[in-house]
Design a protein around this ligand. Structure first.
Ligand SMILES: Cc1cc2nc3c(=O)[nH]c(=O)nc-3n(C[C@H](O)[C@H](O)[C@H](O)COP(=O)(O)OP(=O)(O)OC[C@H]3O[C@@H](n4cnc5c(N)ncnc54)[C@H](O)[C@@H]3O)c2cc1C
Length: 494
């Protein structure tokens, strides 16, 4: 089949009946549900981009093995041109949602592509696992499927390992082996967009200890697999709010869900790993899934930061406050942050690393630096937006107010911006900014940037420890050598 259209994606959603729980009720028609209708359309647009003559050659390629078109996120990079092709596809996808949807299909495509592109790793433990992964990669690529993932255990008692929790199956683990597969039970979080995806893939961050064997597993199942419950968080828009009043929240709600597995059967051909603490701890680093997907996240984060920066600049301009030095300094800082991330991306792409397998990976250090900086830079952009928008962010009238003829002339006078900015334009812009910096929708976007790639505090500590392991601190040694230790100097003086 190759690349899907938006309609083919929607029809696939319609053909399934996953067990989705939202607000105490089962969602039976996700495509036509108020909360999901618009996000489904936004994802469908991404699939349609693959067929748009303006974008097709920029975001897809002809697969040399199958002769079919595939998204560039399914391309395991072997040349600098491949890295560029992926970068361009990531950026086109990100720009379509202003970077506000983090788990668009291209993200997990990169994860599975890398796992399957490094079969040597799982081969060492069990050749069936790598064979299953390669078959799975070919399957999702051929059918252009949309995956969600859940790699974190629910927050129960973080001071204890999974096997030490009160119930052995609070965290997702293997219950038993059956002739036709594994029975798994327990929960994983936090599967973004799960209700509108085709498949769920489970793997974990490293950190397993002896005793955690039953939890050290990786597999994939269709989202409507019997026994799998999708427990959604409360929605941040109900699908009925005005598009004028909520230009972003009304379009880009990325629902998150806890996945609860109630004795789910995972067929053997969908098992990629189990009962192996060592393999689970090494999966990330050895298959490159800490690196290649960070390229997609970095490009997407760059687009989002640039968007938030542009909103802050437009806000300031619309009410004439960017005449003031303090506002200029704040905005200058945001623009420099965007430039920093752009520069890091270019360094990562140009100073790529070549693996013994021939795979090329954008350089790890700049990608990891982006991961460390965005959780600070994005909240800063939101803070500046709040400071510049000030009281005006809270005082915007609604679309309904503008539509009332009795009110309209008053609004046109009192809500106008600087010369040349009408009341309607200014209010519309402030509402867009409020979606980003005030609404629950915007708070989730901020929380996403802090945590989407793991705990930024521990990630930065790991980064430092790796830096220390690889660095000789030679320049310090050289500087010290030029001025010998005190004892020798004293001796020499004598
Ligand atoms: C909006 C959003 C979307 C997400 N989407 C996805 C997704 O699609 N798929 C997915 O799998 N995950 C997703 N995540 C989850 C993300 O991976 C986790 O939030 C992240 O890994 C942090 O884990 P946690 O939330 O369980 O926090 P915790 O690990 O519980 O941390 C809570 C706090 O305690 C501290 N802490 C905890 N343990 C330690 C320790 N051992 N040492 C030092 N400090 C510690 C942390 O620094 C932090 O401040 C998403 C998260 C968010 C916010």
């Amino acid at each position: 089949m190759g690349i899907r259209t938006g309609n083919e994606y929607i029809n696939a959603l319609k053909s399934r009946q996953p067990e989705i729980w939202l607000g105490g009720e089962k969602v039976t028609d996700v495509v036509n549900h108020d909360v999901f209708r618009q996000p489904v359309k936004e994802i469908a647009k991404l699939y349609d981009l693959q067929h748009d003559p303006e974008y097709q050659d920029r975001i897809t390629h002809i697969c040399s093995e199958t002769g079919e078109r595939a998204n560039n996120s399914f391309l395991l990079p072997r040349t600098a041109e491949d890295i560029k092709a992926r970068s361009e596809a990531f950026e086109v996808h990100a720009r379509a949602t202003f970077g506000l949807m983090g788990r668009t299909p291209d993200f997990l495509n990169t994860v599975v592509t890398n796992m399957a592109g490094n079969p040597w790793f799982l081969d060492k433990y069990n050749p069936d696992w790598s064979k299953n992964l390669i078959e799975y990669y070919n399957y999702i690529k051929k059918n252009d499927l949309f995956l969600t993932h859940a790699i974190i255990n629910p927050q129960n008692d973080r001071s204890k390992a999974s096997y030490e929790q009160e119930d052995l199956f609070t965290h997702l683990g293997v219950v038993e082996e059956k002739p036709d597969g594994l029975i798994v039970r327990g929960a994983k979080m936090l599967a973004t967009l799960a209700p509108i995806t085709d498949e769920v893939i489970i793997y974990s961050f490293p950190g397993f200890q002896p005793g955690d064997e039953r939890y050290a597993l990786a597999f994939a199942v269709p989202v409507d697999t019997p026994g799998l419950k999708l427990l959604c968080r409360e929605q941040m828009q109900d699908g009925t709010r005005s598009v004028f009043d909520h230009p972003l929240a009304s379009r880009f709600e990325e629902m998150d869900a806890v996945l609860a597995f109630e004795d789910v059967l995972v067929p053997w051909n969908r098992v990629f790993m189990y009962n192996n603490v060592e393999a689970a701890n090494l999966l990330y680093s050895k298959t490159g899934i800490n690196q290649q997907p960070a390229h997609q996240s970095g490009v997407r984060g760059y687009v989002k930061l640039e968007f938030a920066t542009e909103v802050a600049c437009k806000l300031a301009d619309s009410i004439g406050v960017d005449q003031y030095l303090n506002v200029q300094t704040d905005l200058g800082e945001l623009v420099q942050n965007v430039e920093t991330i752009r520069a890091l991306l270019r360094v990562a792409e140009q100073e790529y690393e070549t693996m013994p397998t021939g795979e090329v990976r954008p350089a790890a250090a700049p990608l990891e630096t982006i991961r460390g900086m965005l959780p600070k830079m994005y909240p800063r952009a939101i803070e500046v937006m709040q400071i510049i928008g000030a009281g005006g962010l809270l005082m915007s009238p609604t679309a309904a107010d503008f539509e009332n003829q009795e009110l309209r002339s008053h609004l046109d006078k009192y809500y106008a911006g600087r010369e040349g900015v009408s009341a309607e334009e200014r209010v519309h812009l402030f509402k867009l900014a409020w979606d980003l910096c005030g609404e629950a929708f915007g708070q989730r976007l901020l929380q996403y940037e802090r945590y989407y790639t793991g705990d930024p505090i521990r990630k930065r500590a790991i980064f430092y420890n790796q830096y220390k392991r690889n660095k000789q601190f030679t320049s310090v040694e050289q500087a010290l050598a030029a001025s010998p230790p005190l004892k020798k100097q004293v001796t020499k003086a004598k």
